[in-house]
Each structure stands twice: as C-alpha cells, then as structure tokens.
Write a protein that binds this ligand. Structure first.
Ligand code: 5GP
Length: 198
C-alpha cells in the first residue's frame, strides 16, 4: 500500500523537553503534522488525558493488543513493567492521509520502527549534558527518587545511542528548538535532502 505522508521520529532522554517541543511544533508549523498517540501502562500524571498524551491501558489491555499484533513496536521502557507502544493503525492512518506523523518514542522503539520505515526522519533532542538533564528532571518534580534514578540510567544509555539519528538538537531554549526543527523538516518537503542515513 502506498503511504503518502512522512514519518518523523523524535527521541531523547526523559526530561529533555521533547513533549513541550512537540506540542509547540504542532501549534506553530505549517506542515501537516500529527502526533501518534502511544499506548502505555504507566499511570497518568496530573493533567494528562486518556487519548491525548497517551492511551492509558491496564497491563491486560496492553498485553491483549500486543498479542493481537496491533503494535508497530512496543517496549518496557524503564523496567519494572512499564510498557509503551506505537499503534500500527494510528501510524498507517496518518500516513495514508498524507500527514507527517510524529512518533515521540525511545531509542529502542525508534530502531525497531526504522526496520519498517527506513526513510523516517530521525531527530534526537537532548539538553546538552547529564547534569542539566538531572536538574530538569528534578525541577519537573513528577518522579520519585527511584523513578528518577531509573530515568537517569536509561538516559545515559540513550545519549550513547544518539549517533543512530540523522539530526541532533540541543534543547536550550524552547522557541529556538522548535524553530530549528521546523526549518529542518521544511527541507524534507519535495525530498530536497535524503530522509534517512540508511
Ligand atoms: P514518559 O513516561 O515520560 O511520558 O515517557 C517515557 C519515555 O517513553 C520517553 O522516552 C518516551 O519517548 C518513551 N515512549 C513514549 N511512547 C513510546 C512508545 O510508543 N514506544 C516507545 N518505544 N517508547 C515510547
């Protein structure tokens, strides 16, 4: 089946500001962007809504979907049974509709998706250093000490994997980061530059 849109993968350590970047990008870009809402077994944070940030599922609901082959990829991201997954149907529907579908997923998930969509545009967003990342995660105040430690351990591994991405953006100032990514994406209109490193 021909899919007419483009797939954009945005990764980066938890606390790098990806969600804010993606929200602003969707508001400000003239491109036909749409966010693929993932499923997760983690509990919603205050203010998060089912179907907006994530589809918040029970372990059983998630497992049923996994066994039914509904995920393009799914991963236990921080150990201890917290699962996240990209729904095949969401991605295909967006691409068939000519949309530029954004996946905000972890590095392992990104590598899986690249096996199916090797021309995806890959962007790694990070705060520059592990010290700065820890400061931002602590300031966010949403994680327990244990969860913070796990997120920092995973972040260190993810930073090591950033060479898999075609583009690396250091998020110092939200406005600049959004503008930089928008400009970068605009260059893919009409395929003026190749879509992936592969
Ligand atoms: P958070 O719990 O802070 O919303 O997200 C934690 C991590 O899970 C982030 O690094 C995010 O990119 C990743 N993530 C979110 N959705 C998915 C998904 O569908 N698949 C994978 N592999 N990772 C995801």
């Amino acid at each position: 089946m021909t899919e007419f849109g483009k797939l954009i993968i945005i990764s980066g350590p938890s606390g790098a500001g990806k969600s804010s970047v993606v929200k602003q990008l969707m508001d400000r870009s003239s491109l036909p962007l749409t966010l693929s809402v993932s499923a997760t077994t983690r509990l919603p944070r205050p203010g998060e809504q089912h179907g907006r940030e994530y589809w918040f599922l029970s372990r059983d609901e998630f497992e049923n979907k996994r066994q039914a082959g509904e995920f393009l990829e799914c991963k236990e991201v921080f150990g201890r049974g917290t699962w996240y997954g990209t729904l095949k149907e969401t991605v295909s529907a967006g691409l068939n509709d000519g949309k530029w579908v954004i996946l905000e997923i972890d590095v392992q998930g990104a590598l899986s998706v690249l096996q199916d969509y090797s021309d995806a545009i890959t962007i790694f967003v990070h705060p520059g250093s592990m010290q700065e990342l820890e400061r931002r995660l602590r300031d966010r105040g949403t994680e327990s000490d244990d969860s913070l430690k796990r997120r920092l351990d995973v972040a260190a591994d993810e930073m090591e994997m950033r060479h898999h991405y075609a583009h690396e953006i250091i998020n110092v100032n939200l406005d600049n980061t959004v503008e930089q990514i928008d400009r970068l994406l605009q260059q893919y209109q009409g395929e003026k530059i190749p879509c992936s490193k592969s």
